[in-house]
Design a protein around this ligand. Structure first.
Ligand code: 13P
Ligand code: SF4
Length: 328
């Protein structure tokens, strides 16, 4: 049965969680889209790759990963000696699910000379078949590196997010083979949302996650001179947080196009900035499956372990390490 949370019960639960984390020698990591009461109890809040790197740096033997399954897998790949727990093993991701290992193998068979570039929002099995991983903040730098290293005519299979792929193609000016996967939450942030919110907030800066369905159209507005390029920032969630830290005290209005959970860390980082969500309905049901009672139970019972098989983990680590060495 779902445990109801109240203003009174939240601090009590948070105390229990903190005590259990100490007892279990656990570090608690929370993605930027997590519920506020989960973010508040975490040791670190951040973006998907940053959290896994934080996991690897931690001296704790247990990692309680408040995020979705592929993120916990990435933590397991980067720190195989640690025990990684997720409070709900069913917290999946529509984007990671949009390509299967069989589909990727078939695609690669059709393009035997291509380099495979995959977003970190993929399963460990997909990463094990990949040459280079990317995140939303370094995809352009990694692809440009591939053209420099492997030749300007290199064929690239890019996946699974088609909006991120279109963004990279636009910036590099080169076509790739792009998988037509998407994140249902970000794809739902449409050009019409941006048009409405722009009309209501003229001159506001835009923070846009490149997975968004509106990212292509915003780049077109910029190209047409309709939107000032200096006010548009294509950022990962970690990049958005950095923007907030740098603009604290500005008292400006800023439009944010990503999952709405991001509003909480942004507002904490810059309380005087008026952040506006481009689409208030853009909420990820998988991220919200992680709750305080589930986090407490997983630490108490040491349940929800995510362990990537060693042979897959060894292969999956290669494209992550390559990415980090190009763009740390
Ligand atoms: P980042 O936090 O890496 O930007 O990823 C966004 C996302 O949608 C994760 O699920
Ligand atoms: Fe996956 Fe999208 Fe949810 Fe992120 S917001 S976890 S990409 S479904």
């Amino acid at each position: 049965m779902t445990e109801l949370l109240t203003i009174e019960s939240i601090p009590q639960l948070q105390e229990q969680v903190r005590a259990l984390a100490k007892e279990r020698d656990a570090v608690i990591l929370a993605h930027n889209y997590q519920l506020p009461e989960v973010q508040d109890v975490a040791d670190y809040v951040g973006d998907s790759l940053g959290l896994s790197q934080q996991a690897a740096r931690s001296d704790k033997s247990v990692i309680a990963f408040c995020g979705v399954h592929f993120m916990a897998e990435t933590a397991s790949v980067l720190c195989p000696e640690k025990q990684v727990l997720i409070p709900d093993v069913d917290a999946g991701c529509s984007l990671a699910d949009s390509i299967t290992p069989g589909e990727l193998r078939d695609w690669q068979a059709k393009h035997p000379n291509a380099q495979t570039v995959m977003y970190v929002n993929t399963t460990a099995e997909i990463k094990a078949l990949t040459d280079y991983c990317v995140t939303s903040s370094n995809a352009v730098a990694v692809v440009e590196h591939i053209y420099r290293e492997h030749g300007q005519d290199t064929e690239i299979l890019f996946g699974p997010d088609m909006f991120l792929g279109a963004y990279v193609e636009k910036v590099t000016g080169r076509p790739m083979h792009v998988w037509d996967g998407e994140c249902h939450v970000h794809a739902g942030i449409r050009p019409s949302d941006i048009e409405t919110v722009r009309a209501e907030n003229p001159g506001a800066d835009f923070l846009i996650h490149p997975e968004c369905g509106c990212s292509t159209s915003v780049m077109e507005y910029v190209a047409a001179g309709d939107v000032d390029a200096s006010g548009v920032h294509m950022l990962s969630t970690g990049g958005m947080l950095q923007y907030a830290q740098e603009h604290k005290g500005d008292g400006s209005t800023v439009i944010m196009a990503t999952e709405v959970g991001m509003m909480y860390p942004l507002q904490l980082a810059a309380p005087d900035v008026n952040f506006i969500a481009a689409n208030e309905k853009a909420s990820c049901r998988y991220m919200k499956m992680i709750t305080l009672p589930k986090l407490r139970d997983c630490l108490r019972d040491m349940s929800g372990e995510v362990k990537v098989a060693p042979e897959i983990a060894a292969k999956a680590r290669i494209p992550i390490d390559r990415m980090v060495s190009i763009n740390p």
